[in-house]
Ligand binder design. Structure first.
Ligand SMILES: Cc1ncc(COP(=O)(O)O)c(C=O)c1O
Length: 348
């Protein structure tokens, strides 16, 4: 059928990580949290179910905004909620990038950014990371039609970070807004939330999918100055978050003790995973996220991914043209990581 816009017909479309629906896998491929969410989440969702779902949800998720504002030391009108942080990335792209414009992103990074540019009929311009996963000033260089830059920090697949000072420097140079995607920010030592006050061009997105163990609920939020949020609200769907996810997310963010405890467990397991992979000869990159990037200097890693899958351990094989390939392994529980390392030991 040729009624589609040409950019839709020509694009490949984003392919999410495998989500096997049957059978039992140790699932280490999409950076989910191995622990159950705070018990408060279930209670909050059940309370909504008891009241029924006949009414539309709160379009602005005010309860969540109020609680998150207290936690992050901003006013509620600095926060915009989304149906997962992917929804916020879509809203921001639609708000700033039009047909024929340019969206800048680092490479290799989150593949969805390119798809979002393609959907707008815009150019996705990739700036390569340096070998040490830093970015030169090229990332901030002016060029015609540059309307938005995305920076995942920590980055995926590397798990590496740019310091907040460096991010501010890049944002100050850039001639367009910068969205700092902190989907993995809770696992890092530093974050860029305080930069939002320093420069109205900086927006920070967060998700409850990873650190709060709620990937299935779909809830994320964005922090930016109120005049920015006001315009983004015009772009979002009226009811972009449903009543169950608003209630679950509000309960989750309220339980900061759960977050701290779970984060500490994941960070401890991450060290064990990094050590284990290096002992097996992988050139594993130090990570500030809940996954670890593992290229190998000599062995082909795709067959390892396939053999692990045959043993029902799912990791992510990534091959970035012009950069190289590797296994991205999510930080599961200690038992899951031991099982994965044990199998790999028999394969390399
Ligand atoms: C860098 C990055 N940003 C955003 C997301 C989207 O997360 P969600 O839509 O579940 O909030 C992901 C998910 O894998 C990610 O890796």
């Amino acid at each position: 059928m040729s009624y589609f816009r040409p950019e839709i017909e020509q694009m490949k479309g984003y392919v999410p990580g495998e989500q096997p629906q049957g059978g039992k896998f140790i699932k280490l491929n999409t950076n989910e949290n191995p622990y159950p969410a705070s018990a408060a989440v279930r209670r909050a969702i059940e309370a909504v179910l008891d009241r029924g779902l006949a009414r539309y949800p709160d379009p602005m998720c005010e309860g969540f905004r109020r609680r998150a504002a207290e936690i992050f030391g901003v006013e509620p009108n600095w926060i915009l909620c989304g149906n997962g942080s992917d929804d916020l990335l879509t809203i921001v792209t639609r708000a700033f990038v039009g047909q024929g414009d340019c969206l800048r992103l680092p490479y290799p990074s989150y593949i969805l950014y390119k798809t979002l540019a393609q959907l707008q009929g815009a150019e996705a311009e990739e700036t390569h990371f340096e070998a040490d996963w830093s970015l030169t000033d090229k990332f901030a260089a002016a060029r015609p039609k540059l309307k938005l830059a995305f920076l995942p920090n920590p980055n995926s697949p590397s798990g590496t970070v740019l310091s907040p000072a460096r991010v501010l420097e890049l944002a100050n140079r850039l001639p367009c807004p910068l969205l700092v995607d902190e989907a993995y920010g809770d696992f890092a030592e530093q974050n860029c939330l305080s930069l939002v006050r320093e420069n109205e061009k900086i927006m920070v997105s967060r998700t409850l999918s990873k650190s709060y163990a709620l990937a299935g609920l779909r809830f994320g939020f964005l922090i930016a100055q109120p005049q920015v949020i006001e315009n983004l609200i015009k772009v979002k769907d009226s009811y972009n978050c449903d009543a169950l996810s608003i209630a679950g997310a509000t309960a989750a963010i309220d339980d900061q003790a759960w977050l701290a405890e779970t984060r500490n467990k994941i960070v401890a397991t991450r060290s064990r995973l990094v050590d284990g992979m290096r002992k097996l000869g992988f050139a594993t990159v130090d990570s500030q996220a809940n996954f670890v990037w593992n290229p190998h200097p000599t062995i082909a890693v795709k067959p390892l991914y396939e053999r692990l899958k045959a043993e029902r351990v799912l990791v992510r094989y990534m091959n970035y043209a012009g950069w190289g390939d590797g296994l991205r392994i999510s930080v599961g529980s200690d038992d899951q990581i031991d099982a994965c390392l044990g199998l790999l030991k028999t394969m390399v």
